[in-house]
Design a binder for this molecule. Structure first.
Ligand code: 9MR
Length: 867
């Protein structure tokens, strides 16, 4: 113990330093004081420093020349302090340049009243500081702080074995779940289902009443008792008011004197969520300044990881020792999550789902392209003639391609599994301040197939916009596929988890299936057809959409099945029907789960095992339901998607909207290194449209310090806390926001109603006339709407492999299966009631089947004979 540690404590402490004899040291109030798991949460530090856990200690780089002690702080908040109780605070510290720590236990906010304030010298060798005090006031959420600024030279300060003993046993955590009446806090589509859940011990039905904003009764009825809901262990009733279709805001539901959060009924509910969920990706770009013009001052930040100190990467990155002897420029891409790692396996599913959000506008009648198009989103590339969603996806695609092992090196064509910091960094930290060495980790078959799949999808989608990039994607995809075939069992090491996540996966048959499906769809080549058809997974719904889970970064076969069933390809009609039935069978199961559960969600894992990122499993099941709805038009699928949205936005056991900025009780303290407002008020909360991982049944035993403290014994759907320290329940990541973006886009289209069959404003007649060595196709497109369309552009995907030869009366472009027809000078205007005729010959001697889906300036047309 140092001499200083014998000094008397704090400004407001009651005099006297001895602990009462009969009280003993008392319970521990500090969480994660020994940094044993390698993680720093829930510790925080001022953003002018960087910190990392190294050898079981938290080490902070203190900058030179700060003015005051409080300019550099390491702290832990939410420590309960009780008036009149005695405490002992102790820690071990060292500093490469000796300094004096201002040790504080105080309020976290103004007026920062202290219950302990001492000055404690710390030298270059480990110094144990021990302080005792008796609290003169209650501080239910005190902040323990080591203030270490104010010194001239820079220094490295390391901390270990922090303990604050005394006071009362920490209270048992009881979540604040607000009203027992649970609804979608954003609202309901006018023509969708409108269900809710109420927690109650009543055995008999209760009366529910929907009140409009002016207090009048809009609808009323009786609840349905459902008994105990196993996901929450709550006794619940359900209610529904589907028939209420009057558009409005500020509705509430009352049951038994309890009132729900307010909500709206309107068709444009999901308009903002579509662009916010997509903006998440720009916000989290690596290697580019985040521009205030696009995101506002609060979210703007300098470019991270562009090779400028203190960053050590990402433009020239070595491998981990012994892995390779070259260096790669792997700049760009998106940060994975709350951490700054970049992982090919997780980047793959994320970019695929963004590209599929776009691709759906080409293949699904109900999908609109306007809100994803050039100029529609907040990306710096707006105005370049390419749909903005593809600009965003390209930021990641370019990075994924950079991760490929160069020709001439061992394992050429394979793809590095991941790149990230050598040691875990802590919160908060802006990307450009990360001082850790960045390292490439060994290639893996899974990462290689992620590149094969996504680059194949890239090839067909970018062809109309940038042929050279599309070619580059195709070459990368085919090279990756060949390399994966040569090295089919190179698995990521499950123990390679220091400084970044492992994303290990010991079964890559699903990645092979996904990559084969994408390559086959883009190229039609027989090799890939064989790989699809001979896969054990093909046609097996339980393997493609595993029960309980579904699509995830480690289970990607479903991505391939969704592509095969929606994007025109060279499967036979029977084969296509087979793969579509796999999708609809899975969707039938999810729809049944949604109907059967009291909270309406299409996710029911066996044993209530809500996995890490369970909200993304809900979302991915919603994606399957949405595609099934696109394929069949069956309302039951769309209803289940909508009930899934209800769950995510508030109709759940915690009365929590899991999406930032949406709903009255939204998650806004997610685990993230620079959206770390909870740790540092000068930093922002997550930007609107960020979905939290959600309940994780194993959180309390995962090493997550907040979950350990608060969630032991939780019911599955309640294992969640909106705290920045809870990385296993409350992180945000690209692979969770990608299905959110897909679903928000789907829901926005569903709500607009402009794309319903009755709302169409154009009609296309497509007739094919075969002759001996080719066929002639004539197309008539008619404007059935009230306004002129000028210039017009009609796009469709060819159902077969035909090449267009002679064309007339329009300008044609063909990129693979994508065909667009644009007007000539004399038929630029398509007046209401008018039609234009044009046509082409194809090389195929059999009839060219009607593609079914035609988009006139991005909106679907009816099929049939024009009038
Ligand atoms: O999302 C991943 C989840 O499925 C795994 O169970 C978990 C443990 O391996 O890792 C999650 O991914 C994290 C990754 O390893 C590092 N970046 C943050 C990711 C989300 O928490």
């Amino acid at each position: 113990m140092s001499a200083a540690a014998l000094l008397c404590a704090g400004t407001l402490a009651v005099p006297g330093t001895a602990l009462a004899d009969d009280s003993g040291p008392g319970p521990e109030q500090i969480t994660n004081g020994d940094f044993a798991t390698g993680d720093a949460a829930p510790w925080w530090w001022t953003p002018n420093t960087s910190a990392a856990v190294s050898d079981g200690r938290l080490c902070v780089e203190v900058p030179a020349g700060t003015a005051d002690a409080w300019d550099v702080i390491i702290g832990q908040n939410d420590v309960p302090i009780l008036e009149g109780e005695s405490y002992e605070l102790s820690y071990t510290a060292s500093s490469t340049v000796p300094l004096t720590v201002q040790t504080r236990v105080q309020e976290a906010v103004e007026p920062y009243t202290t219950v302990l304030a001492t000055a404690d010298p710390v030298g270059t060798e480990d110094t144990r500081v021990t302080r005792t005090f008796t609290a003169s006031v209650d501080q239910p959420a005190a902040s323990v702080q080591l203030q270490i600024g104010g010194g001239e030279p820079a220094t490295s300060f390391c901390l270990d074995d922090v303990s604050l003993r005394g006071g009362a046993e920490p209270p048992v955590y009881v979540p604040d779940t607000g009203s027992p009446v649970r609804v979608n806090q954003v609202g309901y589509l006018p023509h969708g289902p409108k269900g809710g859940t109420v927690v109650t011990d009543a055995d008999a039905p209760l009366t529910w009443t929907v009140k409009a904003q002016d207090g009048t009764t809009a609808a009323t009825g009786s609840t349905v008792p459902e008994g105990e809901d196993p996901s929450s262990r709550q006794r619940v009733h359900t209610f529904g008011f589907d028939d209420l279709t009057t558009v409005g805001d500020g509705y509430t539901v009352e049951v038994d004197g309890e009132v729900s959060e307010p909500f709206s009924i309107r068709g444009d509910l999901y308009d903002g969520l579509r662009s916010d969920a997509l903006a998440y990706f720009y916000h989290n770009r690596s290697g580019i300044e985040i521009d205030a013009e696009l995101v506002g001052e609060r979210y703007a930040r300098p470019a991270g990881h562009i090779g400028v100190a203190p960053n050590k990467g990402d433009t020239d990155v070595p491998c981990r020792p012994g892995v390779c002897d070259y260096r790669l420029d792997v700049s760009g891409g998106w940060y994975d999550a709350g951490d700054h790692g970049k992982y090919v396996v997780n980047g793959g599913i994320s970019v695929a789902q963004l590209m599929s959000t776009y691709e759906r506008t080409l293949t699904a009648d109900a999908a609109e392209s306007a809100q994803l198009d050039d100029g529609a989103l907040r990306v710096p590339e707006r105005g370049n003639g390419v749909p903005d969603i593809l600009d965003e996806a390209r930021w990641e695609m370019d990075f994924l391609i950079r991760m490929q092992v160069p020709a001439g090196e061992p394992l050429a064509g394979m793809v590095h599994h991941k790149m990230h910091d050598a040691e875990w960094t802590g919160l908060p930290m802006k990307p450009h301040l990360d001082p850790q060495q960045r390292e490439l980790h060994p290639p893996s078959t899974a990462a290689t197939l992620n590149l094969a799949a996504t680059a194949a999808q890239c090839a067909r989608l970018y062809a109309p916009f940038d042929a050279a990039f599309a070619d580059r994607c195709l070459r990368a995809a085919e090279t990756a596929w060949d390399a994966a075939e040569r090295h089919p069992h190179v698995l990521a090491d499950p123990d390679d988890g220091v400084g970044g996540g492992t994303y290990d996966d010991n079964d890559v048959s699903d990645e092979f299936y996904w990559a084969a499906a994408e390559l086959f769809t883009s190229t039609g080549k027989d090799t890939y057809r064989q790989a699809v058809l001979s896969s054990d997974l093909h046609g097996d719904v339980d393997a493609v959409f595993p029960a309980g889970g579904g699509i995830s970064w480690g289970s990607t076969a479903g991505l391939g099945a969704l592509t095969l069933s929606t994007v025109p390809n060279a499967l036979t009609a029977d084969q296509l029907a087979g793969v579509r039935s796999v999708v609809t069978t899975a969707a039938d199961r999810y729809a049944a789960q949604s109907r059967e559960q009291a909270y309406g969600l299409p996710y029911a894992p066996g044993g209530g095992d809500y996995v890490w990122g369970s909200n993304s499993q809900v979302l991915n099941n919603m994606v399957v339901l949405a595609v099934a709805h696109d394929l069949t038009g069956e309302a039951a699928y769309q209803d289940a998607v909508l009930r899934g949205a209800d769950y995510l936005l508030g109709r759940n056991p915690l009365n929590q909207s899991y999406v930032t900025g949406y709903g009255e009780r939204d998650s806004h303290n997610q685990h993230h290194r620079f959206w770390a407002h909870q740790n540092d008020p000068s930093l922002p909360n997550p930007a609107p449209g960020a979905v939290a991982g959600g309940p994780n049944f194993t959180a309390a035993s995962s090493g997550d310090p907040v979950a350990e403290q608060k969630l032991s014994g939780c019911a599955p759907a309640m294992c969640y806390v909106d705290d920045i320290g809870s990385w296993s329940t409350n992180e945000i990541t690209i692979n969770w926001n990608a299905p959110l973006a897909f679903i928000a886009s789907y829901l926005d289209d569903a709500g607009d109603g402009g794309q319903t069959a009755s709302g169409r404003t154009c009609r296309v007649a497509y007739s094919s006339h075969p002759w001996n060595s080719g066929s002639t196709v004539t197309v008539r497109v008619e404007n059935t709407g009230p306004s002129s369309i000028e210039p017009w552009s009609l796009t469709w995907l060819l159902p077969g492999e035909q090449r267009l030869s002679h064309t007339w009366s329009a300008e044609f472009e063909q990129h693979g299966r994508t065909v667009s027809a644009r007007p000539l000078a004399w038929n630029r205007t398509l007046a209401p009631g008018a039609a234009v005729d044009f046509g082409f010959n194809t090389s195929a001697s059999d009839a060219s089947p009607d593609p079914g889906t035609f988009k006139l300036n991005g909106r679907a047309c009816a099929s049939g004979t024009a009038g």
